[in-house]
Design a protein around this ligand. Structure first.
Ligand SMILES: *Cc1c(COP(=O)(O)O)cnc(C)c1O
Length: 407
């Protein structure tokens, strides 16, 4: 039996098994090495950890509760629980790593945080953290996402951040990553690239994972206290993979706990460019500075991807997930756009909780597990709230769900 917990730390070059590492221009490596060293120092610094704990509690509102969704449980025949990351300040799990990265950048004497954002959630969380710790903030965002997630663009600007559109290609998350990386290369000394998920070169997959593991650490203790046992199943959506690995990490050594990472199946899995099911349909390769599974085009370049959830449409995935897939520790599966939207309304109408469309992928899979006779309990990570998505959902799916008379 492989003890995956032992294997949850990358080696000193940042590899989880075959995946991860640092594939970046040489002149950048020295700067990234400084970040690694600074992070290795602060992760054991009681003062830093106390400051982060204070912010998690009093600024974010942690611990986020676990809610037993009794209506869903009754209807589908399995106990379904929600880890309520949607209740965090700024409405999603991303604030957990943004605060960590902002504190680290401040400690290292950086002047500005920069980042890409898809749904705008990472941008809002980072702009929030930048305002709090007193750093400047530039956010790169695809033009398509700017239109789709406009309220988040306004939030970032109110918080004092600059929003810079990425105007090439599909004008979504992948292009925003390119634009942010180019900007970073012009001045990697005074800027800190606050990567928005467990992706990028070492140490980011490990560092962001560590900051997000508060989710699973809390959830494991809370569930034990509520039910006197561990959940039988964990479910989380996987874009880059931060909320999923944040939930999973505390449970990796609990062999009886099954884990399900849910990728966006988009419109169809049968055509490239119509989904972002990286682990399900991708192949190993290198992009954005790390090795993992990726969706590649015929030239080996990052392929085009699509999902109804802006936060999930990324052509690669965190290297630790690639490793967990190869170990067989986590089951990776997909949920389509239509199934996610169905679940978006189902959770809203059964439990009075409007989820982010990203999180609705996890909700849909939990319902599927329950329907298919999974009689064990299911703890799903409700990674964010749906406020940002309501206009888009009503405009595109309102009629189907009986909301056709809004003017
Ligand atoms: C960004 C986002 C995701 C996807 O990112 P991960 O790194 O895979 O967690 C999921 N849910 C919400 C609400 C998000 O904002």
């Amino acid at each position: 039996m492989i003890n995956t917990f032992v294997h949850s730390q990358p080696n000193h070059e940042g590899f989880f098994g075959d995946f991860g590492g640092s594939f970046i221009p040489e002149q950048l490596q020295a700067i990234i090495d400084e970040i690694t060293q600074a992070y290795q120092a602060i992760r054991q610094d009681p003062e830093f950890l106390a400051e982060l704990a204070r912010l998690y509690k009093h600024f974010v509102g942690r611990p986020s509760p676990i809610f037993h969704a009794q209506n869903l449980s009754m209807k589908y025949g399995a106990d379904i629980y929600l880890k309520r990351e949607d209740l965090n300040h700024t409405g999603a799990h991303k604030i957990n790593h943004c605060l960590g990265e902002a504190l680290l950048a401040k400690k290292m004497g950086k002047a500005k945080l920069i980042a890409e954002t898809g749904a705008g959630q990472h941008g809002v969380a980072l702009a929030t953290a930048a305002a709090l710790v007193g750093l400047k903030c530039d956010i790169y965002m695809g033009e398509v996402d700017i239109a789709k997630e406009y309220p988040n663009v306004v939030r970032m600007r109110i918080l004092g951040a600059k929003v810079i559109p990425a105007t090439h290609g599909r004008k979504t998350l992948k292009e925003a990553v390119d634009a942010a990386f180019d900007a970073y290369m012009t001045d990697p000394v005074s800027q800190f690239y606050a990567i928005g998920s467990v992706v990028g070169p070492h140490p980011f997959p490990m560092m962001v994972r560590d900051f997000q593991s508060i989710i699973g650490n809390e959830a494991r203790e809370q569930f034990l206290q509520m039910e006197g046992c561990l959940p039988d199943n964990l479910v989380a959506c996987v874009g880059g993979g931060s909320n999923a690995v944040g939930l999973f990490t505390a449970f990796l050594k609990d062999e009886a706990v099954a884990m399900h990472g849910i990728e966006p199946g988009g419109r169809t899995l049968n055509e490239p460019g119509e989904h972002a099911a990286t682990l399900t349909l991708g192949t190993p390769g290198v992009m954005h500075g790390f090795k993992s599974y990726m969706l590649q085009d015929d030239e080996g370049e990052p392929g085009q991807v699509y999902s109804v959830a802006s936060g999930l449409d990324y052509p690669s995935v965190g290297p630790q997930h690639a490793y967990l897939k190869e170990l067989g520790r986590v089951n990776y599966d997909t949920i389509s756009d239509d199934e996610a939207i169905e679940a978006f309304f189902e959770l809203s109408r059964q439990e009075g909780i409007i989820p982010a469309i990203e999180s609705a992928h996890a909700v849909a899979y939990a319902i599927k597990l329950a329907k298919h006779g999974e009689d064990g309990s299911i703890l799903l990570n409700l990674s964010g709230r749906g406020d940002k998505d309501i206009d888009f959902v009503v405009a595109n799916y309102g009629e189907k769900f009986g909301i056709d008379d809004i003017t």
